[in-house]
Design a protein around this ligand. Structure first.
Ligand code: IPM
Ligand code: MN
Length: 395
């Protein structure tokens, strides 16, 4: 297999710190495993904007679009770094890529590894069977409440024309200063992400040897966009009668997610609900330091830890790199599936095994999981486990 073209966008704050650890893991696979990369690293984000006046160097978007088999982002966003129009500086990078590359499915697995305690009740109590938490939340990633910002970010990434603004003169009944955001939800946007959810449920059913249910989460009792989302969900469900489904409103779902996570396998949600629900869901897996994600489109893929740039911890070598390392695991898996590359699938399995055995055998962990290890301690320990596993396979 030829080398995959990998573009790294470390970004702001703790982003570069966790990407450093992801790089150690990738190097372990390049040196001892059956995969190789041609890697390009591009500076970007809010801090880069404050220093240089640009969110990333000119040509970076084109590089991501035309010369990347996979893109990995650390974190984007920095206090005080905003564009003249008030938008987050660095938005062109993350939101621009999501929109302009049509990365319509934001895939966020939520799994509680053995050895990690969930954070419900704000404690490290270990009252749950770990197997109760194993689901994937799929967030629609190109429209909904993010639509206008995504479009602005995509247009500035591509250096193109601006959309003409939607003009509403007045909201009846509201006086004085009013700001508002449109929340368009389209049939096409809903259908492609819902189909993605059903396909994932089929693959997981085979892999886990147990049927996987798809749950649609919306607020279709109140909003018209959600009514369309649920209508499309039912149509796709009718085409897949072998897949069990469920439906929930986002408010009740938030309660069920925490109370009965064992009822959830694959969950599909509109954009903003998915943004909120995935942060909440991370408490079930040990916190944001464990939450990985993949942004998938038909032609491009981007991976990132769900957490942000954590300004408070930046530069301290303290944060948990496992979300970033697990995002690399998702990258191996997705490259393998897309390129029919068994070697990449094997790398995904080895990395999953290394993370899992590190955690279940009391390996070093960072403060958020109750440990004292540094970011680099954890990255090195997991990379070492990967090297050991790969070496024992080839000997
Ligand atoms: C996420 C983040 C982003 C989002 C921010 C950084 C714009 O919270 O990836 O979940 O809102 O989508
Ligand atoms: Mn978020």
């Amino acid at each position: 297999m030829a080398a995959y073209r990998l573009t790294l966008l470390p970004g702001d704050g703790t982003g570069p710190e966790v990407i450093e650890e992801a790089k150690k893991v990738i190097s372990a696979f390049e040196e001892f495993g059956p995969i190789s990369f041609e890697t390009t690293e591009i500076p970007c984000g809010g801090q880069h904007y404050l220093e240089t006046g640009e969110e990333w160097p000119l040509g970076s978007f084109e590089h991501c679009r035309d010369n990347s088999d996979a893109i990995v982002v650390g974190a984007v966003g920095w206090p005080g770094a905003s564009l003249p129009n008030g938008d987050v500086a660095g938005g062109q990078v993350l939101l621009g890529l999501r929109s302009a590359l049509d990365l319509y499915a934001n895939v966020r697995p939520v799994k509680l590894y053995q050895g990690v305690n969930h954070k419900v009740h704000g404690s490290f109590s270990d009252v749950w069977d770990h197997s109760l938490v194993d689901m994937v939340l799929i967030r629609e990633n190109t429209e909904g409440l993010y639509h206008s910002l995504l479009r602005r970010s995509a247009m500035s990434a591509q250096g193109g024309e601006k959309d003409s603004p939607i003009v509403i003169e007045k909201f009846p009944g509201l006086e004085g200063e009013v700001e508002w955001d449109a929340r368009p939800i389209s049939r096409m946007g809903s259908e492609r992400v819902i189909r993605f959810a059903f396909e994932l449920a089929k693959r997981r059913s085979t892999r886990q040897k147990s049927p996987q249910k798809v749950t649609c989460v919306d607020k279709s009792n109140v909003t018209r966009g959600c009514r369309l989302f649920r209508k499309v969900f039912r149509e796709v469900s009718a085409e897949n009668p072998e897949i069990e489904t469920n439906e929930a409103y986002i408010d009740a779902f938030s309660m069920w997610l925490v109370r009965n996570p064992e009822d959830l396998d694959v969950v599909v949600l509109p954009n903003m609900f998915g943004d909120i629900a995935t942060d909440l869901a991370s408490v079930l897996q040990g916190g944001m330091g464990m939450a990985a994600s993949a942004n998938i489109g038909d032609n491009h893929m981007l991976f990132e830890p769900v957490h942000g740039s954590s300004p408070k911890y930046a530069g301290k070598n303290m944060v948990n790199p496992i979300a970033a390392i697990s995002s690399i695991q998702l990258m191996f898996e997705t490259l393998g599936a897309r390129h029919d590359d068994d070697d990449a699938i094997l790398c995904a399995e080895v990395l999953e095994g290394a993370i899992s055995s590190h955690l279940s055998s009391n390996g070093q962990v960072t403060y958020d999981l109750g440990g004292k290890a540094s970011t680099s301690d954890v990255g090195e320990a997991i990379a070492t486990r990967c090297v050991e596993a790969l070496s024992s396979m080839s000997s």
